[in-house]
Design a protein around this ligand. Structure first.
Ligand code: SF4
Length: 634
């Protein structure tokens, strides 16, 4: 197969040694990339019950069979390990440049185990691997680290996946960044990196990836840059990224506001797309070889000094650090985003944890003294900025909040858990399942805690005229479904869409590049795979690979001891809206939701009580080895 290197780097930090695992085409066709690669090694070589912050946890940095090809929107770096936030399988995807550079440097993935005695960084160049001292980098923020490593090697093209102080200090929602503006945000995998004393992995490759039909790959990229950018998806992403969602969610009455107590924000005009565009937004950026360039960049040159090198907040961040905290200053939100990026904190969990603390404070569960003298009222932007720094450094109240909102509530007691909105301990993102129940299924069922990127959202499938419905018809979509429904048809739609977006993830593709969110169609994706690999891999084989990875994550979580209780949607979404146009309506019917969850388990071939996949399902997927210690077949 073309497009791959056939080599996976395995690093043991305990004794600072490495080996190269060479895999054949069968492995790549079966597992494709991302979580597929990671779960193969996690099942094979790791005890799922280990402490996530122990040396025995595994951290996998994975590309895919496509990553490294100059096609449209294929930049993804997937990082997986056991999550210190959720205690489950953890996974997070980032765009940027690191994974394509790793491929050019000779490897399809890096598997890290152990813990270095002192801080180190890995230096990978054209197949050569070195363990370098990182003592001088420890404690530094990400911009300083990237510059220092590039200077040390005299090469500005080096790409660095790294942690800032948040990861070093084991903040349970610490993330990993590359090129300062791309993030493996969720599940706290930056803390796992910190627990291993691994400050960074720097990569540089000079050897292009061999493709079966390079001209075809480039032709698809040219099509995206020209025709693709004339589509409504391409135009909107390039101009606004995800900012337009602020106003549309507000108008629907479903913009998370004041820790989800409201669905509309009085300050919406100050944080809407138009408002950013007219003030501190600068020219957008992109990822490796991607012509869409949807990444936001902001700059503030007053006393807050927001450095555009750290990019800008996307919709999730504007919600989590803006409306959720009732902060309507773009400059404060931009600064909060920059601080999170410098220190490597996930912006969703950071915002949601501060929102939790603010609600505790407003209700007397936390005093001003508890909060190191901060007046932690909703809307206090200066206090939020101070708190971000304290969380990253685990100072004072920051030490408690660095544990995440669920653990912090357990320590505070007094009923504080009612102010926490989470699944498996991971704070919910900025989409309200009360207006799109498929998102509720995503939150409850994602193997790694609440996530909004597990499947395309319901609103694109409400009529046959909708782009989502039309563009994904080849997957067998046969009828539109109401976004509020929890019918059998909705569960079937969710199941299909989940498998499809998992496929996009394991291929290393960005969901904003491909149907339904982006301009590239499903047919073009299949052409791209053929052009990169030279193999004809059918849609069925690809969808099976995606479903296989979902089964593998389920079995991994089962081995840890997670149960159906861990697939519970946050209580907030079973309550009616308290204000706005949806006031007094919207609460999801708990029984209907549970029935939908049960139907999903059955569709997946999992026992609805034990959640164990039936043996016939594992056999069909060719993975009986994960439950029987049989040894692997690849
Ligand atoms: S669509 Fe945007 S986020 Fe996705 S690869 Fe392209 S520039 Fe990056």
């Amino acid at each position: 197969m073309k497009g791959i290197k056939g080599k996976i780097l395995k690093v043991d930090l305990n004794n600072q040694q490495y080996e190269v695992d060479e895999k054949g085409d069968q492995f790549y066709r079966k597992y494709i990339g991302g979580r597929g690669f990671a779960l193969y090694y996690m099942h094979k070589e790791m005890n799922p019950k280990v402490d996530p912050l122990s040396p025995e946890n595994m951290l996998v940095f994975a590309g895919s069979i496509l990553v490294g090809a100059q096609g449209p929107a294929i930049p993804r770096l997937t990082v997986c390990g056991k999550s210190p936030l959720t205690g489950s399988f953890g996974e997070s995807e980032a765009g940027g440049f690191w994974a394509p550079e790793l491929k050019k440097a000779g490897f399809d993935a890096v598997v890290v185990t152990g813990r270095a005695e002192k801080p180190v960084y890995l230096w990978i160049k054209d197949g050569e691997v070195e363990f370098r001292d990182a003592g001088h980098l420890w404690g530094k923020v990400t911009g300083e680290v990237q510059e220092s490593i590039r200077e040390e090697h005299g090469d500005k093209q080096i790409h660095v996946a790294q942690i800032g102080p948040g990861g070093e200090n084991l903040v349970r929602f610490g993330n990993i960044t590359n090129k300062l503006g791309h993030f493996n945000g969720r599940c706290g995998l930056g803390a796992v990196m910190g627990s291993k004393n691994l400050k960074a992995i720097a990569v540089r490759g000079t050897k292009n990836v061999e493709l079966a039909d390079r001209e075809k790959v480039l032709e698809l990229n040219r099509w995206t840059a020209k025709e693709g950018m004339q589509t409504s998806q391409g135009k909107r992403l390039h101009k606004s990224g995800t900012w337009t969602t602020v106003r549309s969610n507000h108008e629907a009455g479903a913009l998370p506001t004041r820790n989800w107590n409201k669905g509309q924000f009085f300050g919406v005009d100050k944080i809407s797309d138009e408002s950013w565009q007219e003030s501190i937004a600068r020219e957008g950026r992109g990822c490796f070889a991607c012509p869409i360039r949807c990444k936001r960049v902001v700059e503030v040159d007053n006393e807050l000094e927001v450095d555009p090198a750290y990019g800008g907040p996307e919709y999730e961040t504007v919600g989590a650090l803006g409306s959720t905290l009732e902060i309507d200053s773009k400059e404060i939100i931009a600064k909060a985003n920059e601080l999170c990026n410098k220190h490597t904190l996930d912006t969703i969990s950071t915002g949601m944890t501060i929102a939790f603390a603010m609600e505790c404070y407003e209700n007397g569960l936390l005093t001003r003294e508890d909060c190191d003298g901060l007046d932690l009222k909703f809307g206090n932007g200066e206090a939020a900025l101070t708190l971000i720094d304290k969380i990253a450094r685990r100072e004072g109240i920051g030490d408690l909040l660095a544990e995440g909102s669920k653990r912090a509530a357990e320590k505070i007691g007094q009923g504080a858990e009612k102010y926490v909105h989470q699944v498996k301990g991971q704070e919910v993102p900025m989409h309200d399942p009360r207006v799109k129940t498929g998102v509720g299924l995503q939150y409850a069922l994602a193997s790694y805690g609440a996530d909004h990127m597990k499947a395309p959202h319901d609103t694109d499938f409400v009529s046959e005229e909708k782009h989502g419905f039309k563009s994904l018809k080849p997957l067998g979509l046969d009828k539109p479904v109401d976004p509020l429904s929890l019918s059998d048809d909705k569960v079937r739609l969710f199941y299909t869409l989940e498998v499809y977006w998992t496929l996009i993830d394991i291929l290393g593709c960005c969901c904003f590049g491909y149907a339904p969110a982006g301009p590239v169609s499903l047919e073009q994706l299949l052409e791209l795979i053929k052009a990169v690999t030279g193999d004809h891999i059918s849609l069925k084989e690809l969808m099976d690979a995606a479903e296989r990875s979902i089964d593998m994550a389920r079995v991994f979580n089962n081995k840890i001891g997670l149960t159906r209780e861990d697939d519970r949607l946050a209580d907030k979404f079973f309550e009616n809206f308290a204000d706005g146009p949806l006031k007094g309506t919207g609460g999801i019917d708990r029984e209907e939701f549970e029935q939908a969850v049960e139907l999903y388990y059955r569709m997946m071939g999992w026992d609805p009580q034990t959640l164990e996949p039936e043996r016939s399902k594992l056999a069909k997927m060719g993975i009986t080895w994960i439950s029987e210690d049989e040894g692997e077949d690849s």
